[in-house]
Design a protein. Structure first.
Lengths: 113, 117
């Protein structure tokens, strides 16, 4: 069974204080690992897809990395508008469920002035 | 492009009532799916469809029905609502991609917040 564990559950940062969010996973062959951002009362918004160990992707203050067991979302010099819940999800290569995603429970990030 | 749209945004039902949650996408995506999101449990797959006329069960299908008569629409029906179905429901869509090939990002709708009394 595919599993995704995210840590920490919640994180409070000061503006400009860089940090990392962790996503540990077990999957029967990784087809893709996804990062989403979710604001309160809204649907998840796609950020990144990572396909293989060693891959990195960047978008503004966010950088996602991938190893064979985990992914990190690095946030450099965060701003209050980066406050959101960040979700990690995996898709197995040998899935009978179409494009089925298995999600973690998310990290709730709050960035304060 | 409107993307993925869902209606209604909020709904309150009494136990035993039935209703349909609507989902539509205008991106010509083959794959559509329904998730529910509950505190501390993450998003869980209810049903999915890989194209018009084809549907299948996800992780938590009991109490829900789906159909896919067109590429654009994928409604979710609650047959007899129960308090355990109180949740936020999200519809998502994506291109299928090639078998064994890289996966495609899924786009989510804004959600329907359902309360069953």
């Amino acid at each position: 069974e595919d599993q995704v564990t995210q840590s920490p559950e919640a994180l409070r940062l000061q503006e400009g204080e860089s940090s990392s969010l962790n996503c540990s996973y077990t999957v029967s062959g990784l087809r893709g690992l996804f990062w989403y951002r979710q604001d309160p009362g809204k649907g998840p918004e796609f950020l990144f897809t990572l396909y293989s160990a060693g891959e990195e992707k960047e978008k503004e203050r966010l950088k996602a990395t991938l190893t064979k067991k985990e992914s990190f979302l690095h946030i450099t010099a965060p701003k209050p508008e980066d406050s959101a819940t960040y979700l990690c999800a995996v898709q197995a290569a040998l899935t009978g469920g179409g494009n089925k995603l298995t999600f973690g429970t998310g990290t709730q990030l709050k960035v304060e002035l | 492009n409107a993307g993925v749209t869902q209606t209604p945004k909020f709904q309150v039902l009494k136990t035993g009532q039935s209703m349909t949650l609507q989902c539509a996408q205008d991106m010509n995506h083959e794959y559509m799916s329904w998730y529910r999101q509950d505190p501390g449990m993450g998003l869980r797959l209810i049903h999915y469809s890989v194209g018009a006329g084809i549907t299948d069960q996800g992780e938590v299908p009991n109490g829900y029905n789906v159909s896919r008569s067109t590429t654009e629409d994928f409604p979710l029906r609650l047959l007899s609502a129960a308090p355990s179905q109180t949740s936020v429901y999200f519809c998502a869509s994506s291109y299928m991609g090639l078998a064994g090939g890289p996966s495609n990002e899924q786009f989510f709708g804004p959600g329907t917040r359902l309360t069953v009394l």
